[in-house]
Ligand binder design. Sequence first.
Ligand code: F3S
Length: 387
Amino acid sequence: MLLDKDDERILAGEQGETKQKVLELLVALGKVFGAERLVPIASAQVSGASYKTIGEYGLQWLNSLDAKAVVPAVLNPIGMPRDRWQEMGVDPDFAVKQQAVVAAYERLGISLECTCTPYYLRETKFGDHLAWSESSAVCYANSVIGARTNREGGPGALAAALVGKTPCYGFHLDANRRPQVVVRVQADTRDWTIADYGALGYHAGKLVGNRIPFFTGIDPGKDQLKGLGAAMAATGAVALYHVEGVTPEARAGPFDLAGLETIAVESDEIKKLFREIPVDAVAVGCPHCSPAELDEIALLLKGKVVTKPFYVFASQGVIEKNQRTVDTIEKSGARVFADTCMVVSPVMEQYEAIMVNSGKALAYVPDMCAAVARIGTIGDCVRVGTE
Ligand code: F3S
C-alpha cells in the first residue's frame, strides 16, 4: 500500500502507540481488501457505542487507547439518553457502564452526538470520503448524498477518526458503485409514506442481498429514501442504492443496466407487511427523526394524550433546533429522547409488541428487543398510541 511520510512516521510510533496500532489496523484492512492507498476522510461515525452491544471487553479496549480524533467524529446511538436516562427507566447499573463508555469516547475526541443521522448535524457533501459505521447512515451517505463510505466496523471507524484516513477500496471507488440489479416497483406510489418505503426496503433487502439495486417506478423524498435504505441495510446488506431520476448518481448517469437481473415488486407484497396486531408501546424515529418527521408527529399529536408509552427518537442537535415542536409532542405524554433508540436501549425489552413506522425497526425489534413489531404510518402510530 502506498503510504505518505506522515503515515510512515505514525507507523514508526512517533505519535504514540495508539495511533501506531490503529494505523496498523487500517493498513491491514486495506491489504485484505486490496486498497492501494489511504484516502483522507471528511468525518467519521463510530458504532459500538451502546454498552448493550460492546459490553465490558469493549469498554476495557476503549480505555486502553490514548489519542484524539483528527476529523469531526460522532457516535452511534447509545443505550440511553445521556441526560434523561432515569426518566426513560434505565437501570442505574447499566447507566454507570454506559456513562463510562461515553467518557472513554469523549477522551478520544469523539463528539458526544450519538446518532445514526449525522448528516442532519454537519453538512456532508457529494463526493466526500467518510468512515461511517451505522448501516442506515452509510446507506444514506452513499445513496442520497453521493458521499463515499464503506460500512465500517466500530474499530475501523474509530481508527479512521484518529488518523483522519481510511483505506481506499469498495464504495470509495467509482467502479464499485454501479447498479448490480434492477428493482422495478409496479405500484401506485404517489401517496406512499416513510413507512411504505420502509416496508419496500424490508422486502427488497431480502431480494437483493448485498447487491447495489437500481429502483424504477418510485419517486421518494429524502425521508422516504432514508427509510428505504435503512430497511434494505437491515434485511439485506445494502450499503448503496440508486433510484432512477432521484438519487444523485442516477441523475448524473446514465448507468448501463444491460444484462442485469430485473426483480418486479408488486404493491400487494408491500401492503401485506402492515399487520394489525395489538401493541403495548409505540416507537418512532428509526433512523432518528428529521425535523419534518418531528413536525408531522407534533401536528398529529397536538391536543391529544397518549395512552401507551410513546417514544420518539432524534439526535440532540435536531431536538435543540426544534425545541417548540418537541415540547408540543411531549405535551401529549409522548417522550422525545436523544442519543438512543428503540433497538439499542435495553428499556425497550420490557414490551411484548411495539408499533414502529420503520422497515429497519420491523426487522430488528424481534431480535434485539425480543418483541413483536408492527409497522404503520406515523398517522397509524399516533392513532394506536392515543386510542
Ligand atoms: Fe438508528 Fe437505532 Fe434505527 S441506530 S437506524 S434508530 S436501529
